[in-house]
Design a binder for this molecule. Structure first.
Ligand SMILES: [Zn+2]
Length: 871
């Protein structure tokens, strides 16, 4: 049935679910977490809406919202199709037949061929002959439900008898349930999944009750590498297929969705880590983002564990029996299943040292109640209890939040992280408006977490690396993850290939939100942003030089972006390429595009547009053109210049590299004309020609901004003071190069160099400049380290410091490299390469030693990359 050919030699990620035929509306998970066996086991119940109903929904949607935006309608209206699927097996039913686990009973050589199922025991009771009779004698095909699923042991699939739930008859037209038919059950499920938003509590409650209803028959299933396929004898269309099914399954320790490891205090824990395969090794699901659903989950674990999850409630555990706790979470906002996150570990909640202000507690006890929704506004998304419609939610600057961490990192969290959260949340609110989510948990994840942070609904993972140094790295990263609540979660990419839609936005917004959180003046914020732009420019150039052109394209599928097959299946371009995990090109190119657009429009216009955009598209999925079209429509003619979707696609999204120069305001010093680069005929390329190979430092005036002012708000971290030219000549770079050139001893009477304190970003820039020097003597390195206390700076600064140490074989500081490789694993991979490339025995020894210490718990793909460098 797949009309997409998968070439195993390619790195594209397949999404198999036939979402055009049937859509999951709600998941109920009921799971036990077993740390001894490293297995999560239990059931998942899926509630569906079929293509027929979808068609009706899309029709009514089109009528109601056509005026506002066509895009909004087409987003969640897959071409309705409930024609029986012709599957690949039809031509050779015997072969396909053999693939079915059910037929493999007692037939060892075909069972578990791909290691994906072991349902032989459960297979009894389903008649093989009946199945074969239906397909062969009548020659009819049965409807096939395809779920995305990988590395799960599926034990049993059954139809849920929702009609057995007391009270369910209110969801039917017939008051007395005399004849229970499939049709009636499906009608009940339909009524349940389409209850109006203000009935969400009742809806959740019935979902939960239905999930526990008895089975009314097992379903036939088989699995392959990427999917779980389910059919019911005699059910030929999605409409006939049961709309509530229960899958009994367990995870496999090697499944790539969850990481079993230990925390910084040595205690066991497990978490989802944003794998490229998302959650399909955690539960069978419909992966395509178009399948937006709600969920609830009951998770049981030993009493020493805390269960954190994407749920809108602050779950309070209930004691089941001696030593076992049960946690229940739910969401009422439909989101792609890939955004679901869970973490289970022995973490403690970190609270402010002093007694917390009581208003925080008060806030926490204020979940939006049903009466709170006053429907003051109309949204374009499918119905759910939306915060944008809730008067008290709209004005809530700081949403209730908690922090969890291993107990050994409690102090660091209290010092660095806790004070930042309210500042960043309220800054995000002032930049973007209503928080899309009602609450937030922040977890300090184990050392092997492969990135600095990850955002999921209601939960943010932060790496311990953000807790070192001053508040700068922690603040910017926190702002980045908070920004994902709007871009990435509330507004998702319809096609994951367009990753820049979440990462580019979050990267661009992190500076703006962080500046707001620090209450920088307009001028200071600008200086700061220029500095960040500069750093990213360096990084991007580096990455563009060291990656294949193919990987640099943000919209490789061009006009096919967002297209799916008839069934709804698709592939994510390069979704499985291991290289991609270590690339930032989507973050950086996306960021530079948005920065360019914001500059072209002016910040004020751009951000007021952005709030308007959020208002229009929250709760929905978008493509690049969704954003660009609305943007261009909203720009006054005179500001639009020659911007068009076509040239933005061409110059930014569909070609490798980046338009030649970063659309900065061309300063007079560069070209004698104080005007926007875009002002000339060809956007982006205009003045570049005039400027030729203008020095980057001239294009980024703030490169020379190396002065600071004390910022009392965060207990001392310096921040930029707006005097970009004053210290231009006396830049630290020049000073250090001078120091390095000086003969061993200072001449009598010669003044000692005085170095001013630098911001972390300034330090990074300084170190990156020094990294370009062929030689730096050990004396200079020592003095550099002492002057800035480099080993105590944040992880970004220390990373550059380690690079310098390795490059110049400064063995006295090897301990800093060693520490970095253990404590900052999310950023350490690159340093292994540097250690190996010098062909220096001692450095290679160091690399091997550090790898030996961490490889057991290291993130799997990082470990593979490092092993390749080392052996
Ligand atoms: Zn809404």
């Amino acid at each position: 049935m797949m009309d997409i050919k998968l070439d195993p030699s390619r790195d594209d990620l397949p999404l198999m679910a036939n979402t055009n035929h049937i859509l999951v509306k709600h998941y109920v998970l009921d799971l036990d977490v077993d740390f001894e066996c490293q297995v999560i086991e239990g059931t998942i119940v899926l509630f569906f809406e079929d293509g027929n109903r979808l068609k009706q929904w899309s029709r009514s949607c089109k009528e109601t919202c056509q005026m506002e935006s066509n895009e909004a309608c087409t987003l969640r209206t897959p071409e309705p199709c409930h024609i029986p699927v012709t599957n690949a097996r039809s031509s050779s039913s015997k072969m396909g037949y053999n693939n079915f686990a059910i037929c493999g009973k007692g037939d060892k050589d075909i069972s578990d061929k791909d290691g994906n199922h072991d349902n032989q025991e459960q297979a009894s009771g389903i008649s093989i002959s009946k199945y074969s009779c239906d397909t062969e004698n009548h020659g009819r095909e049965e409807f096939l439900l395809v779920l995305d699923c990988c590395d799960l042991s599926v034990l049993k699939v059954e139809e849920v008898d929702v009609a057995a739930v007391p009270g369910i008859e209110k969801f039917t037209r017939s008051p007395k349930l005399t004849v229970i038919s499939e049709e009636l059950r499906n009608e009940m499920v339909h009524e349940l999944v389409t209850l109006p938003a203000d009935h969400w509590r009742e809806q959740l409650d019935y979902f939960a009750r239905c999930s526990q209803a008895p089975s009314c028959g097992e379903l036939i299933f088989d699995t392959d590498t990427w999917s779980l396929r389910i059919r019911k004898t005699g059910a030929q269309t999605a409409t006939d297929f049961p709309h509530a099914i229960r899958i009994w399954y367990k995870t496999k320790p090697e499944g790539r969705s969850v990481t079993w490891t230990s925390d910084q205090c040595g205690r066991p824990c497990v978490y989802t880590m944003g794998s490229p395969i998302n959650n399909r090794a955690l539960f069978p699901c419909q992966e395509p983002p178009v399948a937006m659903s709600t969920w609830q989950a009951t998770i049981r674990a030993a009493a020493s564990f805390v269960v954190l999850m994407s749920g809108e409630n602050f779950a309070k555990p209930t004691l089941l029996q001696e030593g076992c706790l049960s946690w229940h979470y739910y969401v009422t906002m439909p989101m792609p299943a890939s955004t679901f996150t869970i973490a289970v570990g022995c973490w403690t909640e970190v609270k402010p040292e002093a007694d917390s202000p009581s208003d925080l507690e008060a806030e926490r006890s204020l979940p939006p109640s049903e009466t709170d929704f006053r429907y003051i506004d109309v949204c374009s998304h499918m119905e759910y209890p939306c915060r944008f419609q809730c008067a008290s939610a709209i004005t809530q600057e700081i949403i209730p939040h908690r922090v969890f961490a291993p107990v050994c990192l409690k102090d660091a969290c209290q010092e660095t992280l806790l004070p930042l959260i309210p500042l960043c949340l309220s800054a995000a609110h002032s930049v973007l408006g209503t928080h899309p989510f009602s609450r937030l948990d922040i977890l300090i994840v184990p050392a092997n977490f492969p990135s600095l942070g990850m955002a999921s609904p209601h939960i943010i993972f932060l790496s311990q690396s953000t807790l070192t140094g001053m508040s700068h790295l922690c603040g910017t990263r926190l702002c980045h993850e908070i920004a994902h609540a709007w871009f990435g979660l509330a507004i998702g990419a319809r096609d994951w290939t367009e990753e820049w839609l979440s990462e580019g936005f979050a990267t661009h917004l992190e500076d703006v939100i962080w500046a707001e959180a620090q209450q920088l003046s307009h001028h200071e914020a600008h200086e700061h942003q220029e500095l960040r732009a500069c750093l990213r420019w360096h990084r991007l150039q580096d990455e563009l030089q060291n990656s294949s052109e193919e990987m640099q394209v943000l919209r490789p599928r061009k006009e096919k972006t967002g297209h799916v097959s008839d069934s709804g299946a698709s592939v994510v371009k390069h979704g499985l390429n291991p290289e991609k995990t270590f690339m930032q090109v989507h973050y950086l190119k996306g960021y530079f595009l948005l920065r360019f657009l914001a500059r072209t429009l002016g910040d004020e216009t751009y951000f007021s547009f952005l709030r308007k955009f959020v208002h229009m598209f929250h709760g929905q999925l978008i493509l690049s053109q969704t954003f660009l079209e609305m943007l261009l429509e909203n720009i006054p003619e005179e500001k639009r210049q020659e911007l068009s979707i076509e040239n933005i696609f061409q110059d930014w999204l569909e070609s490798p590299r980046i338009p030649k120069v970063p659309y900065v305001h061309c300063s007079r010093r560069v070209c004698g004309k104080n005007q926007w680069v875009t002002a000339s005929k060809k956007p982006f390329l205009g003045h570049v020609e005039l400027c030729g190979n203008a020095d980057l430092e001239l294009l980024f005036p703030s490169l020379s901004v190396l002065c600071f002012a004390e910022n009392s708000r965060f207990g001392g971290p310096p921040r930029l003071k707006g005097c970009r030219s004053a210290l231009a000549q006396a830049g630290a770079v020049t000073k250090w190069i001078r120091v390095n050139r000086r003969p061993r001893k200072r001449k009598r009477g010669e003044p000692e160099e005085v170095f001013e304190k630098l911001l972390p970003d300034q330090l990074i820039l300084l170190l990156e400049h020094l990294l370009q020097q062929k030689t730096l003597n050990l004396r200079t390195l020592q003095s550099l380290q002492r002057t800035y206390n480099l080993h105590k700076q944040d992880a970004e600064v220390r990373h550059r410091w380690c690079e310098l140490v390795i490059k110049h074989k400064y063995s006295k500081a090897y301990k800093h490299v060693e520490r970095f490789l253990q404590e900052d694993q999310a950023m350490g991979v690159y340093l292994y390469g540097e250690l190996m490339v010098n062909e220096n025995a001692r450095q290679q020894q160091l690399a091997h030693k550090c790898f030996a210490l961490t490889k057991e718990q290291m993130d799997r793909s990082s470990a593979e990359v490092v092993a390749e460098m080392l052996f």
